[in-house]
Design a protein around this ligand. Sequence first.
Ligand code: ADP
Ligand code: ZN
Length: 514
Amino acid sequence: MNSELLHAKLKENFGFEKFRPNQETIINTILSGHDALAIMPTGGGKSICFQLPALVLPGITIVISPLIALMKDQVDSLKTNGISACYINSSQSSEEQQFYIDNLKSNTFKLVYIAPESLSYLDSIFNQLTISLIAIDEAHCISSWGHDFRPAYTNLGYLKNRFPSTPVLALTATADKATRTDITKQLNLKNPKTFVASFDRQNLSLEVRPALDRVKQIIDFVQNKPNQSGIIYCLSRKTTEELADKLLKTGIAAKAYHAGLDSKLRAKTQDAFINDDCQVVCATIAFGMGIDKSNVRWVIHYNLPKNIEGYYQEIGRAGRDGLPAETVLFESYADLIQLQKFASEGLNSDVQLAKLERMKQYADALSCRRKILLSYFGELVTENCGNCDICKKPPIFFDGTILAQKALSAISRLQESEPLAVIVDFLRGSRNAYIYEKNYQSLKTYGIGADISWYDWNQYLIQLINLGYCEIAFHQHNKILLTPFAKKVLFEGEKVKLTTVIKKTIDKAESKEA
Ligand code: ADP
Ligand code: ZN
C-alpha cells in the first residue's frame, strides 16, 4: 500500500502523524501476505502493526495474547477510536464467550483478542470466518527457551497449518536469537521477515555491584531518592516478602508482589504502585508484564537474573518516559550457584546454562556493559555508552602476579577442598573455629594475605576464576579447584593482570563516615 495512504489511515484512525521505526515496513509486509516476526521494545508501538492492517484487510484479525488483564483496556481504546473489536477470555462466563463467538460470524468485528486457552471456542466456527491476519502477541511465551514460557502457547503452530495463506505476525519485546528461531519454528512461520527495532535505551544507567550487605545498600539507595518509585526483583517469593518487611521497618513504603499472593492483593499492590501510593515493589518476575507506569525511576535486581533477555525486559520497565533512570544489579556467587543448580535440573538445561553463563559474563564485564547487552540482541555498537558503571569508572589494571600466586598456592595448600570463603579466611589469617578445627593455622601460606581486606580478596579470587586459573566445583560443595593454567602462574612465571576492585558502595559508605 502506498505510503501516503497508510499515513492517512494512521492519522484518521489513531491520530498519529508519523510511523515509529519499523511500523510501516511491518505493516507492508503483512499487507503483502508475508509472515513477519517483529521484535520491538515495550512501548515501541507493536499494536499498530496489526491494528492498522486489521482495518485495511477485508476479514477479521485474530490477536492471541496472554495478557487477560489488558485485553479489556486494549479493546476499549480501539472502540474509542471507532474500531469495532471484542475479546474472549476466561474472565468471561462461557455464555459470554459463546456470545462473542456467535457474533464473530456476522462479521461485525475487525479485531478479536483471544487468550490461547480460549481458542478452542473458535474451532466450531473457523470455517465460517474470513481470517485476514493472525497476530501473536508476546510470542516469546511459546518458547521454553525464553523466560516466560506459557504451555497454552505451544500448540499455536496449528494456526498456520490450518490457514496457510493467512499472514501471521509474531510480536515480542524480548527474544534473543535462539528464541527467535524457536518462535519461527514452533509457529510454522513461512520465511518470516524479521524486524528488530533498536533496543538501545540510553536513559537507563547500568550498574553491577557485589552483593555484599545488599539490604543496607538498597536502603541507602532508596533513602537517597525519597519520591522516586522503583522495583526490586528477587528470585524467590520468600525474599520479596522478607525484603519488603525490612524496608518497611526503615519507613520505606514497600510491598511484596508474587504469583503466590491472592489476586485481589496483587491488584491492590499494582494499583498502589501505579498511583504512587507505594514507592517500592519487591517482586518476582511475575510483576511487570503489561504494567504501564512511565515514571519508574529505578530497577534493582536483588538476585542475578537467569538470562539477559529477562534482565533486559525487567530493567526496561524503568524510565519509559525517556527521562534518566537507574538500574542496579547485585551479583553474588551464591545466587549463581543456585541458578546453575536450577538450570541444570530444568528443561533444556544446556540452553539455560549457556544463557546463564552469558548473564554472568555481563555481570563480570570489564568493558562497556551496554555494548555487551546490545550485542546479545544482535546490535553492533561502536561507541562506549558513557552511562554504565564501567564507562564511568573504568577498571584500572595492575600487576597482580604476586596476589595470584598467593591465592593459587593457598588453594593448593588447602588441597583444593575448600570454598571461596574459607580460602579468603585462610589467606587473611582469620582465627575462626573452622580454621582451628582443620588446623589450617599450621599450614605454610596461612595469613600471607593479611594486609588485604576480605572484600578485596573475594573480588580478586573471582577475577582469578574468570581468568580461568581456578574454578568452582558446583557439584562438590563449591570447593575451589585449580585448573591446569594455575601451573603457569605458580611455576612458569606467567604474569597476571588484576583490576582494582570497583568499590562504589564502599567509597560511599566511607565518605559518609568521614
Ligand atoms: P507495545 O505494545 O510495543 O508495548 P504499544 O503498541 O502499546 O506498544 O504503543 C505504545 C504507545 O505508543 C501507545 O501509547 C501508542 O499509542 C503509542 N504509539 C504507537 N505508535 C505510535 C506512533 N506511530 N506515533 C505516536 N505514538 C505511537
Ligand atoms: Zn558503557
